[in-house]
Design a protein around this ligand. Structure first.
Ligand SMILES: [Zn+2]
Length: 154
C-alpha cells in the first residue's frame, strides 16, 4: 500500500511553514551511473544528470527503475530531469502537501508531459517505474500529470 501523507509525517516528521526539519536525516544525493545520466539533462542546470537529491527510501527503487529504462533500451525517451525534492503543495491544491515535499516523487520530460495532457512517454517506459512500485501521474483521475512518478500518496 502506498504511504499516505499522515504516515509520511509520522515517519519523516512534519513540514512546518515550508521547512522540513528532518530533511538532512532522510534525504541524500543518489549518484546516477554515467551511462544513464549522460543521456539525460537536468533542466535546472542544462547539464547531464550526475546526482539526484532524494529521500533515502526512494533511492533503491529509483535506481532500479532507471536501470530498467537502460536495460529495456528506452534511454532515448529520457530527456530531462525536472525535480524531485520540492517542498510545496500539490499544484492547484493549496494546503495539500505534494509527495515531492518529502522527496518521494520525480518529474521527467516535463516539457512534453504537462499536466492535463496524455504526455509522450511510452507504456514500456512507464512500466520501468511501475514495476518498482511507482505510481504514474498519467493515470490520475482529477488531472493527469504524466511527468510525475511517485512512491507515495500523489
Ligand atoms: Zn511531480
Amino acid at each position: 500500500m502506498r504511504m499516505t501523507l499522515e504516515q509520511a509525517i509520522q515517519k519523516y516528521g512534519p513540514i512546518v511553514d515550508g521547512v522540513w526539519a528532518n530533511e538532512a536525516k532522510f534525504c541524500s544525493l543518489l549518484e546516477i551511473p554515467s551511462d544513464i545520466g549522460g543521456e539525460w539533462i537536468n533542466s535546472a542546470t542544462g547539464l547531464g544528470v550526475t546526482h539526484i537529491y532524494v529521500n533515502n527510501d526512494m533511492q533503491a527503487p529509483l535506481l532500479q527503475a532507471l536501470n530498467n529504462v537502460k536495460d529495456r533500451g528506452l534511454l532515448g525517451e529520457l530527456h530531462s530531469f525536472d525535480g524531485c525534492l520540492m517542498i510545496r503543495a500539490v499544484r492547484g491544491q493549496p494546503g495539500n502537501l505534494s509527495c515531492h515535499a518529502y522527496g518521494l516523487a520525480i518529474d521527467l520530460d516535463a516539457s512534453d508531459n504537462q499536466m492535463g495532457t496524455a504526455g509522450t512517454l511510452s507504456p514500456e517506459f512507464v512500466k520501468c517505474f511501475t514495476d518498482e512500485g511507482f505510481t504514474w501521474g498519467g493515470t490520475f483521475h482529477t488531472r493527469t500529470d504524466p511527468m510525475h512518478f511517485s512512491l507515495a500518496w500523489e
